[in-house]
Design a protein around this ligand. Structure first.
Ligand SMILES: CC(C)(COP(=O)(O)OP(=O)(O)OC[C@H]1O[C@@H](n2cnc3c(N)ncnc32)[C@H](O)[C@@H]1OP(=O)(O)O)[C@@H](O)C(=O)NCCC(=O)NCCS
Length: 180
C-alpha cells in the first residue's frame, strides 16, 4: 500500500488502523488518527499540525476535500481539533475546519463546516452549504443553504442511505486496495 504521503510534523506521524486506504495524491501531515476502514480519496489535504484530526471507523473523505484545525490560544485554550465520527461520508471538495461531525453524517459536495460547529448524528449537510462557526445542529435533520437552515427531519430512506453510503465506500476502497 502506498502511504508515503503520510508525513511527520513536529515528530508526530499520522496513525493508521487496519485496512485504511489513502490514495496516492492525498497528503496527510502530523497528528491525525484514521480508524479502521477509513478511506481518503485523491487530492485530499489534511493537516494535523497545530491541533489534532480524528476520523472514525468506515468514514470516507472524498476527492479534493480540505481538513484543518485551529491552534490553542489564550482566548481558546483547546483550540479547535477536527473530530469526524463513524460511517461519515464527506463529499467531493468539502472543507472541514476545526469542527465536530457525529456518526452517520453526509457532508455534501463543496460544503464548508467552520470552527467549533457541531453537526450531530444522522444528519445531511446539503451540497454547497455553509455551517457557521460554533453553530450546533440538531440530530436527524436536513440542513441546507449559506448559512445553513434546518429544512426538515430526514426521511427514513435518507437515514438508511447514510450507512449505505459509508458501506459502499468501504467496499470501493477494498477494491482499490486489491489493485495496488
Ligand atoms: C440536501 C439534499 C439531500 C436535498 O435533497 P432533496 O430531496 O432535493 O430535498 P428537498 O426536495 O426536501 O429540498 C428541500 C429544499 O432545499 C432545497 N435544496 C436542496 N438541496 C439544496 C442544497 N444543497 N443547497 C441549498 N438548497 C437545497 C430545495 O430546493 C428545496 O427548497 P424549496 O423548498 O424552496 O423548494 C441534496 O440536494 C443534496 O445536497 N445532497 C448531497 C449530495 C452529495 O453531495 N453527496 C456526496 C457526494 S457522493
Amino acid at each position: 500500500m502506498n502511504q508515503t504521503n503520510t508525513k511527520m510534523y513536529n515528530g508526530i506521524a499520522p496513525k493508521l488502523e487496519d485496512n485504511v486506504f489513502i490514495e496516492g495524491t492525498a497528503v496527510l501531515y502530523g497528528d491525525i488518527t484514521l480508524k479502521e476502514d477509513v478511506s481518503i480519496w485523491p487530492m485530499v489535504a489534511a493537516r494535523g499540525d497545530v491541533n489534532t484530526i480524528f476520523i472514525g471507523a468506515r468514514s470516507n473523505i472524498q476527492d479534493g476535500s480540505v481538513l484543518h484545525v485551529t491552534r490553542k490560544s489564550a482566548s481558546n485554550p483547546n483550540g479547535n481539533p477536527l473530530i469526524i465520527g463513524e460511517d461519515v461520508t464527506v463529499g467531493h471538495k468539502a472543507m472541514l475546519h476545526g469542527c465536530t461531525i457525529g456518526d452517520r453524517v453526509l457532508v455534501g459536495m463543496g460544503a464548508i463546516v467552520m470552527d467549533g460547529a457541531v453537526v450531530g448524528n444522522d444528519y445531511i449537510v446539503g451540497a454547497g452549504s455553509l455551517v457557521p462557526p460554533h453553530k450546533v445542529l440538531e440530530d436527524g435533520y436536513l440542513y441546507v443553504g449559506n448559512p445553513v437552515k434546518k429544512v426538515r427531519p430526514l426521511k427514513t430512506s435518507e437515514m438508511e442511505f447514510l450507512t449505505v453510503s459509508a458501506d459502499n465506500y468501504v467496499r470501493l476502497k477494498n477494491e482499490y486496495l486489491e489493485q495496488l
